[in-house]
Design a protein around this ligand. Structure first.
Ligand code: PLP
Length: 446
């Protein structure tokens, strides 16, 4: 049997791909039906933080399913929901304490947009509903989230359906949008937010949203020191919420529970997903402050929102098991330590003429490819360089996560390396060897 479109009834995400059928996973490894072993070098899409096949997580999930598999979020609560909320409450940055559980990152982004809107409406600012986001960002694919997402290629087919949310440039120091260098630039890219807010009218803006470290659509983009602090200050000055999208960066991925902790920032709303469940169950969350929820309670009586699968007892049991696993195995500390080692080893790849930049924090890293190391000229998109790397690595048994289009909306090539946080140093060596093998193949073929 070939698992490829148009055979069978699955509408695959990639219609031109033959899919290997995975039979099982163990730690950082995946195995297909032919017995081929892959290193899950990106944990899917930086999801599988705790690794594959962790029996204790499966056990907690099955236990909860045996007790009660589902209750509706307007009718009941369960031990798993209460205990999980308590456990997350204990690790959240100061001030954030109310957690609304959902099923996916995009869904929680939608909830964040709506929560900010309802809060300002009920605070007497009916005009405040627009959310400012960054170009080359990724916040999801549902229409509200896609309106925030700054990846041009994803937006284009759906432009007539999108909400008019303004965008500003990211802190992309490798290709500074202002042709400046840090620290002389005095964070011009953060100041651009202030100008944008003034031009659009602060009285129309409810929130600014950003990924503290840029992810899927720009590749582990770590902002310069002071950047996020200045963004926070600008939001405060205009009375605008800061929404911290930690869907990819959260739950230990960058060496802290949440990436904003690196800069000691506390947002007004935080969005979580991916690593919350390590991929074992669909789970995400929107998190905010009690004082904002109190306002909704006083006025309308509650958040005018909801989904059938929100506050899911089984999802929460999985989330709780994942937090306990991370704590017991000290995976936050491990992510920081292994991340330093991984980044150091990735630097060696600059010996290949097409490796322009390597960057990241913790176990969230990326390699940016260029046609010319000196001028940083990107490959033309028609070369499909990223796809060539991804396919070659896959053939060699290494799964990476791709990203394109971030240089100018069309060109720009990178792959993300973001293995499960349980990875050992010797397994990082395996990844580096496979990357070198892959890049040598690419070099030979070009
Ligand atoms: C930062 C960020 N926000 C939101 C999302 C959307 O999450 P989901 O794909 O679960 O809808 C993603 C997914 O990659 C993400 O990386």
């Amino acid at each position: 049997m070939r698992y490829a479109y148009p055979q069978g009834h699955v509408l695959y995400r990639k219609l031109g791909r033959i899919y290997p059928l995975v039979t099982h996973g163990e730690g950082i490894y995946l195995y297909d039906e032919k017995g081929k072993c892959y290193i899950d070098g990106s944990g899917g899409a930086l999801v599988v933080n705790v690794g594959h096949g962790q029996k204790e997580i499966v056990q907690k999930m099955v236990e909860q399913m045996g007790q009660v598999g589902y209750v509706h979020g307007t009718q009941f609560t369960t031990h798993s929901i209460e205990e999980y909320a308590e456990a997350i409450g204990n690790i959240l940055p100061g001030g954030l304490e109310k957690i609304y559980f959902l099923s996916g990152g995009s869904e929680s982004i939608e909830a964040a947009i709506k929560f900010a809107r309802q809060y300002f409406l009920e605070s007497g600012h009916a005009q405040r509903w627009r959310v400012v986001a960054r170009w080359h960002s990724y916040h999801g694919n549902t229409l509200g989230a896609l309106s925030l997402t700054g990846r041009i290629g994803m937006r284009k087919p759906y432009l007539p359906l999108l909400i008019d949310f303004p965008h500003f440039p990211p802190p992309y120091c490798y290709r500074c949008p202002y042709n400046l260098t840090y620290p002389k630039c005095e964070l011009e890219c953060a100041k651009a937010l202030e100008q944008l807010i003034q031009m659009e009218g602060a009285e129309t803006i409810s929130a600014v949203i950003l990924e503290p470290i840029g992810g899927a659509t720009i590749g582990a983009l770590v902002p310069p020191e002071g950047y996020l602090n200045l963004i926070r200050e600008i939001c405060d000055r205009f009375g605008i919420f800061l929404i911290d999208d930690e869907v990819m960066t959260g739950m230990g991925r960058t060496g802290k529970w949440f990436a904003t902790e690196h800069w000691k920032i506390s947002p007004d709303i935080m969005v979580l997903g991916k690593g919350m469940s390590g991929g074992y169950f669909p789970l995400s969350a929107m998190v905010t402050r009690s004082e904002f929820v109190d306002r909704l309670k006083e006025k309308t009586g509650g958040f005018v929102h909801g989904h059938t699968f929100s506050h899911h007892p089984v999802a929460c049991a999985v989330g709780l098991a994942v937090i306990r696993f991370i704590q017991e195995k000290k995976l936050i500390e491990q992510s920081e330590k292994r991340g330093i080692y991984l980044l150091k080893r990735l630097e060696e790849l600059k010996n290949f003429p097409f490796v322009g930049d390597v960057r990241g924090k913790g176990l969230m890293t990326a390699i940016e490819f260029v046609k010319d190391q000196k001028t940083k000229e990107p490959f033309p998109r028609t070369d499909r360089f990223t796809e060539k790397v991804i396919d070659q690595a896959f053939e060699n048994g290494l799964v990476l996560y791709p990203g394109t289009g971030f240089v100018d909306g069309v060109n720009g090539d990178m792959v993300m390396v973001g293995p499960p946080l349980i990875i050992e140093e010797s397994q990082i060596e395996e990844i580096i060897d496979l990357l070198k093998k892959t890049f040598s193949h690419i070099q030979q073929k070009s």
